[in-house]
Design a protein around this ligand. Sequence first.
Ligand code: ADP
Ligand code: ADP
Ligand code: ZN
Length: 216
Amino acid sequence: MNVVLFGPPGAGKGTQAKELIKKYNIPHISTGDILRANVRDGTELGKEAKGYMDRGELVPDSVLIGLIRNRLNEDDCEDGYLLDGYPRTIPQADALDGILREIGKPLDVVINIDVSDDKLVERLSGRRTCPNCGESYHVVFNSPEKQGICNVCGSQLYQRDDDREEVIRQRLTVYNQKTKPLIDYYDKAGILVNIDGSNNVDKVFQAVSGVMDKYK
Ligand code: ADP
Ligand code: ADP
Ligand code: ZN
C-alpha cells in the first residue's frame, strides 16, 4: 500500500501515522522526523536544514528530493510506505512521481486531512514532542499518561522551536502558498481523498483507515 498522508502543519498526520503503521505494517516516512534527527545529530544535512526549519520555511527541494529517493529505495519499503510531510511543493511531487516510476511503486492514494486554521494554531501551540521517538502529544487534547513524559519510550517531552506563535503563522503561510496547490494536483491525478480532520483522534483514525482498507 503506497500512501501519502497530506495536510497542513498540525493536522494530525504524525499522530495518525504512528497508529496506522501498526495496523498496516508499512514504514512511516516523516521528512520532518528525519530532518530533526539530523539536526540533533549535527550531520551535514542537519546543519543545512536547521536555519530553514527554525524560520518556518521549507528546506530546499533538491535536499528533500535526494533524501526521499534514498529512503524509498530502502528494503522496508518493499511492501509499501506511508509518506508524511512529503511532498510539500509541486517540484517535490513531480520528482516523487519519477522516483516511484523508477522503483515501480506508484501512489495508490493521497489522503488529505482537512483542518481549519484556528484549530491548527491551537493544536500546534499545545503540541509536545518526544525528541527520541517523534511521538507527539497535546497539553489538552492528547496528554501523556505521565506529565511531560513520552508514553512510548519514557523520554522527556519538549516544545519544538517552530511550534511558537510567530513561526506557526509563517508555516501556515508557507503551506498556503507552496503546499496547498498539491491538493488540486492530486485531485486532477484522480487519487485524492479528503478527510475531515476536525474530529477527535479516534474518529479521524476510523476515517483514514476506511480509506486505506481499500488498498490492503
Ligand atoms: P502534524 O504531523 O500534521 O503536524 P501532529 O500529529 O503532530 O500533526 O498533531 C499536531 C498536534 O495536534 C499534536 O499536539 C497532537 O497531539 C494534536 N492532535 C492530533 N490529532 C488531533 C485531533 N484529532 N484532535 C485534537 N488534537 C489533535
Ligand atoms: P509540521 O507537519 O508540524 O509542519 P514537519 O515535522 O513535517 O512539521 O516539518 C518541520 C519542518 O521541516 C518544516 O517546517 C520544514 O522546514 C522542514 N520540512 C519537512 N518536510 C519538508 C519537505 N518535504 N520540504 C521542505 N521542508 C520540509
Ligand atoms: Zn518517545
